[in-house]
Design a protein around this ligand. Structure first.
Ligand code: ADP
Ligand code: MG
Length: 340
């Protein structure tokens, strides 16, 4: 019965010339180009923890791959192959087909071949491993930032966390007691009229994050360090600071905001969502100020905003400041997970 499911998957996957042997044997065989390094990342999504229980199967499929491609993007690696470990409560072919619609749509956009995996029965959980390629020495790591570098972020921040906050408010039973660290953010000041309308603007960013693959690749040799924003901007910059033994000074008033987020929350709350909310999957990176023009050129080429939000300085830790230079404190830095 699991074999039927595997056959359904196998019938739909696209291949690449460097897949010597894909789905069907005990393991896949892949041709790694001579002179390039293999970059591997893996991330698991559990139902009710990493996505709301009412998430459409196609969106789950998209997101499961997107969060992994985002990790490759943050390393400036070119995606090539992936494997998929599926734990499914029952053998539901319709669910699988819809899941594959989202998963394989995103895979095709990035020419990623699904080359193997595992299918078991259990609580809904999706584990994906992605394999990418990078020129030796060109990967974007967390340990390369230097005092004096600018700090940049792609796209806009806070929509995904905003959607979660609204969901928590709108559907208590789905997202009842929130995360290990307490509610993600208290959903107390969403602008009426209508949570549903606000959600329709924000939820796409929660369900279908855009991995910034092209920007990540373009940043090789330009950025000094990079990370994708999955836990919350300030928390994630903290990882760069720790890895690079520098401190960061982030101007919260500069954080890029979507029109949908601005329309849905008051200014204070919005800033918290941008600075501390997770799940945006934007790229945050440091770069020497001499790179500003080249970074602006990448933004133009990829038609994606890239915003300078602060700088690296001597010391340790992340300092958020408002427009007057006064310290700014979110109610919590980096959200954990929500519970079903
Ligand atoms: P094995 O017992 O050797 O682990 P499986 O029955 O688990 O074999 O898998 C058979 C083939 O199908 C393998 O090539 C495996 O990689 C592939 N496969 C199983 N599940 C998935 C999945 N969810 N997605 C992609 N390939 C899968
Ligand atoms: Mg197996």
């Amino acid at each position: 019965m699991e074999f039927d499911l595997i056959d359904r998957i196998r019938a739909r996957v696209a291949s690449r010339p460097d897949v010597i042997l894909g789905i069907g044997d005990d393991a896949a065989i892949l041709q790694v180009p001579v002179g390039r390094h293999l970059v591997v990342a893996t991330d698991t999504l559990n139902a009710g923890v990493h996505f709301p229980l009412d998430t459409a199967p196609a969106d789950i499929g998209w997101k499961a791959l997107a969060v992994n491609l985002s990790d490759l993007a943050a390393m400036a690696a070119e995606p090539a192959w992936c494997t998929l470990s599926l734990s499914l409560p029952d053998s539901d072919a319709d669910w699988l087909d819809a899941f594959l619609d989202g998963f394989l749509d995103l895979a095709a956009r990035h020419h990623v071949a699904l080359v193997g995996g595992d299918t078991t029965r259990g609580p809904l959980s999706i584990g994906v491993t992605v394999h990418g390629l990078v020129e030796p020495g060109r990967a974007l790591r967390r340990d390369g930032a230097r005092a004096g570098d600018d700090v940049w972020v792609t796209g806009t921040l806070g929509d995904a966390a905003g959607a979660l906050a609204l969901l928590q408010r709108a559907s208590e039973p789905v997202l009842a007691s929130a995360c290990e660290a307490g509610p993600i953010l208290p959903a107390d000041d969403a602008v009426d009229p209508g949570i549903a309308e606000a959600l329709s603007g924000l939820r796409p960013r929660l369900d279908r994050p855009t991995p910034r693959v092209a920007i990540g690749l373009a940043l090789a040799g330009i950025a000094s360090s990079g990370i994708d924003v999955s836990d919350g901007l300030l928390a994630d910059i903290g990882h760069i600071c720790k890895g690079s033994r520098v401190a960061a000074e982030i101007e919260v008033d500069r954080l890029p905001c979507s029109p949908a987020l601005a329309a849905s929350f008051g200014d204070d709350r919005r800033r918290e969502l941008q600075a501390a909310g997770g799940d945006d999957y934007e790229l945050c990176f440091s770069a020497d100020p001499a790179m500003r023009e080249r970074i602006e050129a990448i933004a133009a080429e990829t038609a994606t905003s890239i915003t300078r939000i602060g700088r690296m300085v001597e010391g340790e830790g992340v300092r958020a400041i408002d427009r007057d230079g006064a310290p700014w404190q979110p109610r919590q830095s980096g959200y954990v997970h929500f519970a079903g």
